[in-house]
Design a protein around this ligand. Structure first.
Ligand SMILES: NC(=O)c1ccc[n+]([C@@H]2O[C@H](COP(=O)([O-])OP(=O)(O)OC[C@H]3O[C@@H](n4cnc5c(N)ncnc54)[C@H](O)[C@@H]3O)[C@@H](O)[C@H]2O)c1
Length: 89
């Protein structure tokens, strides 16, 4: 089955990393956390990681923006619905 979209529950160390790799690979990602601050913390971690790749010349700014644009942060568990695969502990 082709996978076009995933959902990741938890945007801590593991979840944000999984979301980042999936987004860079071209998947749509729904990143779910317990509150808005935790969502933003996870997204900020990903932004920082991708910015480092750009700074090192390992990623273009356009690809960084495309990856960030494919991640949707949310606190609503029901937003897993469109995902082909759900990743959580
Ligand atoms: N960090 C790693 O390198 C690593 C490696 C292998 C396995 N794991 C496993 O991955 C899991 C997460 O580890 P981690 O290091 O990312 O922990 P973490 O504490 O950094 O992140 C966990 C996140 O999950 C969120 N969370 C908890 N309950 C939630 C819920 N009901 N809905 C949405 N979000 C929720 C928390 O707010 C937190 O931000 C653990 O089971 C751990 O054993 C982690």
């Amino acid at each position: 089955m082709p996978v076009g979209a995933i959902a990741v529950i938890g945007a801590g160390a593991a979840g944000s990393g999984i979301a980042q790799v999936a987004a860079v690979a071209g998947l749509g990602v729904t990143l779910i956390e317990v509150n808005d601050a935790a969502v933003e913390k996870g997204l900020e971690e990903i932004r920082g990681n991708l910015q480092k790749l750009v700074a090192k010349g390992n990623m273009t700014e356009a690809n960084k923006e495309a990856a960030l644009g494919s991640i949707r942060g949310t606190t609503a568990l029901e937003d897993v619905a469109p995902a082909d695969v759900v990743i959580g502990r």
